[in-house]
Write a protein that binds this ligand. Structure first.
Ligand SMILES: Cc1cc2nc3c(=O)[nH]c(=O)nc-3n(C[C@H](O)[C@H](O)[C@H](O)COP(=O)(O)O)c2cc1C
Length: 259
């Protein structure tokens, strides 16, 4: 195949590609684009005339994360490849999430950079929506119930991550403040308990509640959990624990009546 035909075919392939693609020349003033495919034109709304001869930063705007740009700047300086997702702007001013991949290439004894741009706006939006939904479910899945005057209870199920404990701490402290609770019972019988279970987070909840004038009682403790808690807590920071929920409620009622 003669070189001209090869170039025509390669260009057709690039123009038909789903990803926007371009080359830049770092040896020229301000590192301009020297070639861009048709998909780049379609994605950004900028014609090839408006693109070629300019630095790609024309895609950036008010909400472009400077840290992402710094990452690109550093990769170019070190002549390494980089993939960054950042907010860019089309010619009509609408923003989109651009996943840019930049790769240094040596050709004909000179250095060039190849860039591919993919619009990942839908993916990012879905991810954000999913995270919001997860937060909502998480919030609802830790319901705090008023089981007697001044006694609140919450049941923990499944695995407790540090993040879930953090949310529980916030939720409980808000609840206690609002309802003037004197005791909180946390039932852990549905909790998956292993060596990584963060006992210190239970103690942290206890410290926070104590500062608010409220005591913590833990129920549903398995023998293994009891041993783990005993070995971690020590006499100076004891955790009030019961195997049966009813026992904890009775203790909380008595303590409430005395306080
Ligand atoms: C091959 C290549 C493709 C690039 N593509 C984009 C892009 O799509 N969007 C963007 O915001 N920046 C892109 N950049 C980064 C900018 O051109 C520029 O390097 C960056 O803004 C950091 O440099 P500055 O501090 O001079 O602005 C690309 C850079 C290169 C080398």
């Amino acid at each position: 195949m003669d070189p001209e035909t090869q170039i025509t075919l390669l260009e057709a392939m690039l123009d038909g590609s789903r990803a926007a693609a371009l080359f830049t020349d770092p040896s020229q003033e301000d590192h301009p684009v020297i070639y861009a495919n048709k998909t780049f034109e379609k994605l950004t709304g900028y014609s090839l005339d408006e693109t070629i001869g300019h630095n790609c930063r024309f895609l950036q705007g008010t909400d472009t994360d400077p840290e992402a740009v710094q990452k690109i700047r550093e990769a170019i300086r070190q002549e390494t490849s980089v993939t960054v997702t950042l907010k860019n702007y089309k010619k009509d001013g609408t923003s989109f999430w651009n996943r840019v991949h930049i790769e240094p290439v040596h050709a004909g004894g000179r250095l060039y950079f190849i860039g591919t741009q993919t619009d990942v706006t839908v993916e990012i939006r879905q991810k954000k929506r999913l995270e919001e939904k997860e937060r909502e479910i998480e919030h609802l899945s830790l319901p705090v119930l008023e089981i007697d005057d001044g006694i609140a209870a919450v049941s923990l199920n499944g695995e407790m991550s540090v993040e879930r404990y953090r949310r529980l701490t916030v939720k409980l402290s808000e609840y206690v403040q609002e309802h003037h609770s004197h005791s909180v019972i946390i039932d852990i019988s549905g909790l998956y308990w292993d060596d990584d279970t963060p006992i210190f987070d239970l103690l942290h909840i206890q410290d926070v509640l104590r500062l608010m004038g409220c005591r913590l009682l833990v129920t549903g403790i398995s023998p293994k959990a009891a041993r783990d808690i005993a070995s971690e807590t020590g006499p100076e920071r004891p955790l009030t624990a019961f195997s049966a929920f009813k026992q904890a409620v009775e203790t909380a009622k008595v303590a409430g009546a005395l306080s």
